[in-house]
Design a protein around this ligand. Structure first.
Ligand code: ZN
Length: 304
């Protein structure tokens, strides 16, 4: 069977990854473009895909996985735009329209985190599950929820990185979220760890590292308790640089069980496979773009 040929874009604050392929094992071209000003950066994206089309043939669709916040409501006049973002020059930038008009293919569009969730669901740690959550803990915290096989949208996209978490007893750290101070992201993101300890998580060692990992597990578990109760996920997949801290996963699992306090008492919540590491690593975002492209190319897909 001939594999579909899709394009994928993962637009990040530092780099834009472009890819042509069908799945993580069949990537035929990729490039990394530093994220500069929108017009120039998108021009380089177009040039990459135009070259790939000229040498390898047409693409069935392109999926864009972008940093946010994004306008994802298809009925909204600003559908396909990046909304107000601290990234200089990128507020109110149309991502979908120029890609569609320049490259002439259907375009899928979602947040980088939601795309990564879709990729983990198709090829990674949440394969074959219908309802699961993907959390990335890096500089910030992002969460994508797949519910009954569909990524959860509504009025915008969920922002579960900003859930409220109870303060650990004796913890007087102010928190690092510019909006809420001590929300989940404010207490447990990589930026929060660096602000609390005076250096990035990967530079911690000894007693400090142990203390940081324990505290991290406590706050992540507090956030996950809210997610478990709100979404009822079959599995929670955690990726991002902070998820690689040594010994974190067993502590998060135990702390999450503590936070649930025996309610509702599902044995699945205590199983090792309930909270697991992501498996696609840095491929999750761009291959999530391939999933978005696949969705956009399906007959009956809402034109974007
Ligand atoms: Zn916040």
């Amino acid at each position: 069977m001939k594999l579909a040929r899709f394009g994928a874009v993962e637009a990040g604050g530092t780099n834009v990854i472009c890819m042509v392929g069908s799945d993580p094992d069949h990537i035929v071209a990729r490039t990394r473009i530093p994220t500069g000003r929108p017009t120039e950066t998108l021009g380089e994206v177009f040039a990459f895909f135009q070259h790939e089309v000229s040498v390898g043939g047409p693409l069935a669709a392109i999926g864009i996985a972008s940093f946010g916040p994004l306008e994802l409501r298809r009925s909204h006049p600003r559908y396909g735009f990046i909304r107000k973002t601290p990234k200089p020059g990128w507020s109110d930038v149309d991502m979908v329209g120029p890609v569609r008009s320049t490259l002439g293919v259907p375009v899928g569009f979602d947040t980088d985190v939601n795309a990564a969730a879709l990729a983990e669901g198709r090829w990674g740690a949440a394969r074959d599950l219908k309802t699961f959550v993907y959390m990335t803990v890096g500089t910030g915290i992002g969460v994508g929820a797949v519910v009954e096989g569909r990524i959860l949208h509504g009025l915008g996209h969920p922002e579960m990185g900003h859930l409220s978490v109870p303060r650990h007893s004796g913890d007087d750290f102010a928190g690092h979220c510019p909006f809420h101070g001590d929300c989940l992201e404010g207490m447990a993101s990589g930026a929060a760890i660096a602000a609390r300890w005076g250096r990035p998580a990967e530079q911690l060692d000894g007693d400090e590292l142990r203390a940081a990992v324990e505290l991290e597990a406590t706050y992540l578990a507090a956030g996950l308790r809210n997610i478990v109760y709100a979404i009822a996920p079959q599995r929670i997949v955690i990726g991002g640089s902070v998820a690689e801290l040594p010994g974190l996963f067993p502590l998060v699992g135990a702390a999450c069980l503590d936070a649930l306090a025996g309610y509702p008492g599902l044995p699945e919540h205590a199983a090792d496979e309930f909270i697991v590491p992501a498996t696609l690593g840095s491929l999750a975002g761009p291959t999530g773009g391939l999933v978005l492209a696949d969705h956009a190319s399906q007959p009956g897909a809402v034109p974007s």
